[in-house]
Structures are given as C-alpha cells and as structure tokens.
Design a protein around this ligand. Structure first.
Ligand SMILES: NC(=O)c1ccc[n+]([C@@H]2O[C@H](COP(=O)([O-])OP(=O)(O)OC[C@H]3O[C@@H](n4cnc5c(N)ncnc54)[C@H](OP(=O)(O)O)[C@@H]3O)[C@@H](O)[C@H]2O)c1
Ligand SMILES: [Zn+2]
Length: 367
C-alpha cells in the first residue's frame, strides 16, 4: 500500500531538547522560521502531532498566512490541512484548541482509546487501529483519504517511532542557539535502536539565528513499498526444489520503477530475480548509478548455474544501494554473504528484517 510523503519537523536546543519543563511552551525558533513552518504547513495535506503535544502546548496548528490559505483554496484544496493526532489512552481535552480551529480533524487510536475519545465527545473523526496503533495502517489510511504529503510536528515520541521504523522521508531540524539543561525536559529522539547508517544531509540554511538542516533518513517509506513488492514477486515464482523463489525491483532515485524480475522468469529455469530485472535495462543506463535494487533475498555471492552471481551483476551495473529482507540461509551455498560482498565494494546495503517472513513464505519447503 502506498504511503504519503512523511516530513518530520522539529526545533531543538543545542543540548537536544524540544521544550523545557515549565508550563509555557519554550520558543526555540525565530520569527522567520515560524513563518517557514507556516509555509511547510500550507504545502501539506495533513499535519500530525502526538496527544502529548496537545496536552502540553494546546496548539491550534493552523496555516496563519491568509495568502497561503487563499492559495490553497484557489488550487481546489481545503483552506487548512487535515489535523491528525494519535493517542492510546484517548485522554484528550475536548476543549483543546486543536478541535475547535482550522479544518477537519482525525484521531488515530486503539480500540479502548476510541471508546474514551467517543465518551469525551471529541469533535473529530475517530479511527481505531486495533489493540495497538500500527503506523503502517495509519499511513495507508491517510493515503486512502487523499493525503500525499504529511507534516509531522512532534513531539519526540512520535518522531522517534517514525524514524526508527524507517517511515520518514525527510527530517527538517532547526537548531536553536540556547540550552535547556534539564534532563527531565522532553528530548527530540529517545534512546534505543535506530535504523543503521548515516542520514543524508540534503541541505542547510541559516534563518536569523537558527539553522535549518534537512536530512533524508537511511530508510524511507518508499523502501517499505518496493521491498513489499519484491516479496510479492517472490510469491509468483514457479516453485522449485533446487532454488529459492526471489523477487526484485530496480527503482530510480526519483521513485520511478525501472525494471522488475523474479526467479525462473519467462521459462528460464535458472535465472535469478536481480539478474532478470537487470537484463531488462541497457548496460550503460545512467539511472542505475543512483538507483536502488530491492530484493526479497540477499543477492547471491556464488552460484553454480551462471558465471556471475547477482552481487557481481549489481556491482557491474554500477548500482550503489540494495535493500533486502532476508539473509541467504545455508540451504544451497555455505556462508554466501552477498551483502558483505556488496558492502566491501562500498554499496549501501539495508536489511529490513520485518519483511523476512514475507520473503521466506514462498520458500518454506526449502528452509
Ligand atoms: N520543539 C518542537 O519542535 C516541538 C514539537 C512538538 C512538541 N514539542 C514538545 O514535545 C513535548 C511533547 O512530546 P511528547 O513526546 O511528550 O509527546 P508526543 O510525541 O506529542 O505525544 C505522545 C503521545 O502520543 C500518543 N502516542 C505516541 N505514540 C503512540 C502509539 N504508537 N500508539 C498510540 N499512541 C501513541 C500517546 O498518547 P496517550 O498518552 O494519550 O496514549 C503518547 O503519550 C511537549 O513539551 C512539546 O512542547 C516540541
Ligand atoms: Zn542471484
């Protein structure tokens, strides 16, 4: 299922805090930066904040500029972006500004949370997502409502979850020249496991006395979409007792699908998924240098059926990024380590283990 483009937006102190512990909201940004945030809001279809930020800051979350609102209307869009919040407890103040200003509102919550939100008479659409909130379902649901660009304005627990899950496309971080110095204050990112790898610094901009830094995370929602497709392709392979069923998709930097393939495609009993996909592109295709290969299984490092294993084919094609779901088990080859071969050659290899079950399913008879 496709997801909206997810933009995380936050301002932090030099010591990494989002706020102090006083009851009033700490102003971290500068006036010109607040205006920039207003512009980003105006460009978004929806704005999401956590219930903690509604309780702490009681924000209105509006597009303040009348010109920007008029421009939205002229484009046939609603005057204000959809306002979205998430809560497990449902413990929200029905009188909060969030519900009584701006455009449409929607609350994503758990089944018990939905009962509480309804009891409280909160003026918003309520979407229960089961016993726990599932971010994939939330993003898919927003996409289904026409949201293509989602701005997330915190707080820290929300940003942390989306970044860790690889569900953010962009992080716009403003660094404010002041210290909070109170360890009880809320931090932007909490401790725990994050996606491996460095974020890509896309841009920096000085705005009065703050600096805006824009990053692209190591894993983005598009990676989920394409790897899920590769797993679906694996399920379409003619079954075999002597080889894995694998799916692969090659996607250009701008998100265009360049080619796809699957094991034993087109009646070739030994062709591999990545090999089949690469064979559909011209050898010197310049888009390959910035493309990503999505493969349900780690690209092979050795094979009996053809001289070049898929890891070699990927390197020869000039591809610099591979996303995969499942490390090759020792069923046919011992210690294959195609990912290692690619990494040694400088390729960025991302393993999204949450898709391992889907990649394995069509191979259950082999492992
Ligand atoms: N500087 C900035 O740019 C900025 C931006 C935003 C906020 N802030 C500051 O950040 C602070 C609030 O941050 P926060 O981290 O405490 O709160 P938050 O991230 O805004 O909200 C956390 C709440 O969201 C709900 N939630 C989060 N993940 C959920 C999940 N997976 N399932 C269900 N519900 C979920 C829970 O609500 P329930 O407890 O209701 O279940 C949780 O308590 C405030 O001090 C605010 O001023 C600063
Ligand atoms: Zn292969």
């Amino acid at each position: 299922m496709p997801y909206p483009y997810v933009l995380l937006s936050a301002a932090v102190s030099l010591d990494g805090y989002l706020d102090d512990t006083s009851p009033d909201r700490l102003l971290l940004s500068s006036p010109a930066d607040f205006d920039r945030v207003d512009e980003v809001r105006a460009s978004s279809d929806a704005i999401l904040i956590g219930a903690g930020t509604i309780r702490a800051d009681n924000p209105r979350l509006l597009v303040n500029s009348p010109d920007r609102r008029a421009a939205r209307l002229a484009e046939g869009r609603p005057e204000y972006p959809l306002k979205v919040t998430v809560t497990a407890s449902g413990d929200l103040d029905p009188d909060a500004h969030f519900w009584h200003t701006g455009g449409e509102k929607i609350v994503y919550t758990t089944d018990p949370g939905a009962r509480r939100v309804t009891e409280l008479g909160i003026a918003a659409g309520v979407v229960p997502l089961g016993p726990e909130l599932d971010w994939h379902r939330l993003l898919g649901d927003l996409y289904g409502r026409g949201v293509r660009r989602l701005m997330v304005e915190g707080g820290g627990t929300i940003h942390t979850q989306l970044l860790r899950a690889g569900l953010a496309d962009e992080l716009q971080l403003v660094l404010a020249p002041l210290f909070v110095g109170d360890p009880k204050a809320p931090r932007l990112f909490g401790p725990g496991a994050y996606q491996e790898g460095r974020l890509t610094l896309v841009g920096t901009r000085r705005i009065e006395d703050v600096v805006l830094m824009t990053y692209r995370p190591a894993v983005t929602p598009a990676d989920h979409h394409w790897l899920a497709l590769a797993c679906d392709l694996a399920a379409q392979c003619p079954p075999s007792e002597t080889a894995f069923s694998v799916g692969a998709v090659i996607v250009a930097e701008d998100g265009t699908e360049l080619a796809r393939g699957h094991s034993r495609e087109g009646g070739d009993p030994v062709v591999h998924a990545e090999e089949a996909a690469l064979a559909k592109l011209a050898a010197g295709d310049t888009r390959l240098a910035t493309a990503t290969v999505y493969s349900s299984l780690e690209p092979c490092a050795r094979r009996a059926s053809r001289p070049a294993p898929c890891a070699r084919l990927i390197l020869d094609a000039g591809v610099r990024r591979v996303v995969t779901a499942w490390i090759e088990p020792d069923t046919f080859v011992q210690d294959a380590d195609g990912n290692g071969l690619l990494r040694d050659a400088g390729v960025e290899v991302v393993l999204l283990e949450e898709y391992e079950g889907r990649a394995k399913a069509p191979n259950a008879h082999l492992v």
